[in-house]
Design a protein around this ligand. Sequence first.
Ligand code: NCD
Ligand code: ZN
Length: 361
Amino acid sequence: MLYLTGYTFCVSEQVTIKKPFDAHVHLRRGAMLRAITRYTAERFGHAIVMPNTDPPIETLDAAIVYQQEILAAPGIGNFEPLMTLDLTKNVTPAEIERSAVGSEGVKIYGVKYYPWGATTNSQWGYRDILEAKEVLKEMERVGMPLLLHGEVHLDEHDAAVDPYKGEQSFVRDVLPRLLEAYPKLKISLEHVSSGEAADFLEKNGNEGRLVGTVTVHHLLYTREEAETEPMLKVKPLIKNSSDKEKIRALVKKGLPFIFAGTDSAPHPESKKLSPTGAYGIFSAPAAVELYTQIFEELDALDKLENFLSVYGPKFYGLEPSEETITLQKKDWQITEAVTTEDGEKVLPLGNETIHWQVKNN
Ligand code: NCD
Ligand code: ZN
């Protein structure tokens, strides 16, 4: 078996990289959290934990309690959850200042914007991010990153925007205004899903200023596949093959402002398969493996470690993990749902054959 360390081999059967950093994960609370967190903790050294719980995480104190709950979950190992606040109307500039300093050894790494009503638990958000002036000014001042769910879903007349075009509208109409109004604000455009967003980032991205995260599902699937598969129901919606190819081309470039954020977002099977469905894909059990598979397909395994493990922590002012993870080329499949202690089933992404597997040390 070839052992790949310097990435100079053309054929690789095994890859060892620094333990990955998930720049965007939903770990939920309670029974769900206790059932699913281990899948992230096994594969990632750290992760930026999304705050869209019910109720949302709006204060440093709430984030401290939430972090303790995560750290008490089974299978947590050395995993480090990095906490965020939800940009609701209750978040004040004073709380931002306090959060940037931290307390009890916990600080806040970013503030997440969900457009009002756009996705799971987003009913407390601002209609327009530019309304949050004082908070954004304070974030800019203290160097607190703004994490964007970058979609417009209602136009100025309150008419629904085509959900396949919401990200494109955001990138065209909102993001340039934000960048102009807050020239020093650190911004991450989360879960890039369109060719327009990929182009915008390629042109305007910058390590310390504007970065983008990319999920597995937006690199793997197309609208045709997602429309007929409830498992692939997710925000932002999975778009056309031309969008997928643009995002693939973007990650292949190995730019220092583009990195992994799984957006792993579990929902109970009962909700996911209900007629109204639930937006969110639980990808944690196969995400690192699938990113590796995609980078191999792109002939870009030499870029994998930076994308998964280096550029993310750098944006957040952290060192990459000191641990490593080894992946070997070996087919496997996820055949079983994860079951919570309440007997709820959660279906992970990955019931197709996956070609890379994490090797147990
Ligand atoms: C996320 C969730 O379920 O929390 N769902 C999703 O489709 N991505 C929320 C989000 O990140 O939009
Ligand atoms: Zn998310």
